[in-house]
Design a protein around this ligand. Structure first.
Ligand SMILES: Cc1cc2nc3c(=O)[nH]c(=O)nc-3n(C[C@H](O)[C@H](O)[C@H](O)COP(=O)(O)OP(=O)(O)OC[C@H]3O[C@@H](n4cnc5c(N)ncnc54)[C@H](O)[C@@H]3O)c2cc1C
Length: 409
């Protein structure tokens, strides 16, 4: 049996970039991928000359790693302007998100944040990470937010967290964490890649040994100086194994006890676990003057051509079914408007997104674990879950960089 320096599990952007870096160091690897395609949660497609993202879509100008990678590969970006987004709220379409926000009188998010810091006695933003979570939960409450004059629902979603995530889905603590980690991104531009993000993985793949497909890793065990990795139909041997899949996917793999123990208390919740992406084809040109639509559910749609829109329905816990989505589309656009409706879900492992477990008592582990990558001797996990940018490609690249840095020491 061939022995490699590394077995890389997963051929998403994490596995591919890791392979490139390992190769640059003159080391050997084999990459094992459960599915029959490259890219994992990066998944672009096209219909009638329009391209769509059925997985990751946006890149922010503040995300240096991913921006550098795109420039290095000479790929083109186009800015996604959100200023003219039409918003559907409480039965009414508002012509622009900006107009809606200016009518609602929101506090400045930075002022709000500083008010919160005052209340906790935190002076530096960097101290935010050290704030005892229980303290945080005591201070950051819905009552406090309301006392500060913050309209609930849409505003909290808009200012305190990822715009996609409602308060039912995510705790205030997490929302605030998102907010802080995104502070630096407030001024950043939002881009999409012309032709789709899959070009990123396809271009990179020209410089690497192709993955072995349909190799679903099921078990890892030790030899005297390495590891044996078993898939459903093959056995491989290497010095080290690096998992680049989500923790949800990893939790299904039989690992040495020490590695399994490292993952205890870090049960990732699929932040995007039940998200849906899709393509809607309309019979007529709905909203001719708009490029972007947001509804209160929240559902977001981006125009890709005259009749085609890309749909995104983020969800932490709700499983949307087709009929339910269709009913909503009829409410927004009228019956008979939708000609065709294709859906793509990420609700099954191995395509889970990752997010921190927020079961009480485990909060304090968030930042400790964000630094962990070595699960046990010779067994590693790399991915956005071990970064300060969870749910972003940038986070995956950050974690890969960290791994290379630690492993070469
Ligand atoms: C709906 C959605 C929208 C998103 N939007 C954005 C966005 O706009 N911008 C952004 O930057 N990020 C976005 N993300 C996040 C982004 O897609 C991820 O951060 C990134 O693609 C993760 O890459 P990865 O290589 O770490 O993991 P993955 O892409 O998940 O790759 C892991 C690979 O491992 C394989 N695998 C899993 N288990 C096994 C096993 N046991 N054996 C072998 N192979 C296995 C999987 O098949 C997969 O190919 C989004 C994600 C989703 C789901």
């Amino acid at each position: 049996m061939d022995t490699y320096d590394y077995i890389i599990v997963g051929a998403g952007i994490g596995g591919i970039v890791l392979a490139k870096k390992i190769k640059e160091q003159g080391l050997t690897y084999v990459m094992l991928e459960a599915s029959d395609h490259l890219g994992g949660r990066i998944n672009s497609t096209s219909v009638d000359d329009a391209w769509f993202e059925l997985g990751a879509a946006r890149v922010l100008s503040s995300q240096h790693r991913v921006m550098n990678l795109i420039h290095e590969l000479n790929l083109e970006l186009e800015e996604q302007l959100l200023t003219d987004a039409a918003v559907y709220m409480e039965g009414i379409w508002h012509d622009s998100l900006n107009e809606l926000l200016s009518n609602i009188e929101y506090p400045d998010p930075l002022e709000l944040f500083h008010a919160l810091l005052d209340k906790t006695g935190i002076v530096n933003l960097s101290d935010f990470e050290r704030l005892a979570p229980l303290e945080w939960d005591r201070v950051l409450t819905l009552d406090w937010l309301e006392a500060e004059g913050i309209p609930t629902a849409f505003s909290i979603r808009y200012f305190l967290g990822d715009i996609d995530v409602t308060m039912n889905q995510i705790t205030l603590y997490e929302s605030m964490y998102f907010f802080v980690s995104n502070l630096s991104a407030l001024d950043s531009k939002v881009y999409r890649m012309q032709g789709g993000l899959s070009q990123l993985v396809n271009t990179l793949s020209h410089h690497m040994k192709p993955p072995l497909y349909k190799q679903h890793v099921e078990q890892v065990s030790y030899t005297t100086d390495g590891v044996i990795v078993k898939t459903s139909n093959q056995t491989y041997q290497s010095r080290k194994v690096v998992f680049t899949c989500s923790l949800n996917a990893l939790s299904h793999v039989e690992l040495p006890t020490e590695a399994k123990d490292s993952l205890t208390n870090f049960l990732a919740v699929g932040h995007y676990g039940k998200s849906i992406k899709g393509i809607i084809t309309f019979n007529s040109n709905v909203f001719p003057s708009h490029e972007y639509l947001i509804t209160e559910d929240p559902l977001r749609m981006l125009r890709r051509s005259e009749f085609h829109w890309e749909l995104y329905l983020p969800s932490l816990e709700k499983s949307w079914d087709r009929d339910e989505i269709m009913k909503r589309l009829h409410v927004y656009f009228g019956v008979d408007s939708v000609r065709d409706f294709k859906l793509h879900t990420y609700n099954m492992a191995p395509f889970y997104g990752c997010y921190w477990n927020y079961k009480s008592g485990y909060f304090h582990r968030i930042f400790e674990f964000s630094k962990a990558q070595r699960l046990a001797e010779r067994v590693y996990s790399v991915g956005e879950h071990f970064s300060l940018n969870p749910n972003w490609i940038e986070g995956t690249l950050e974690s890969v960089d960290q791994f290379i840095l630690n492993d070469s020491k």
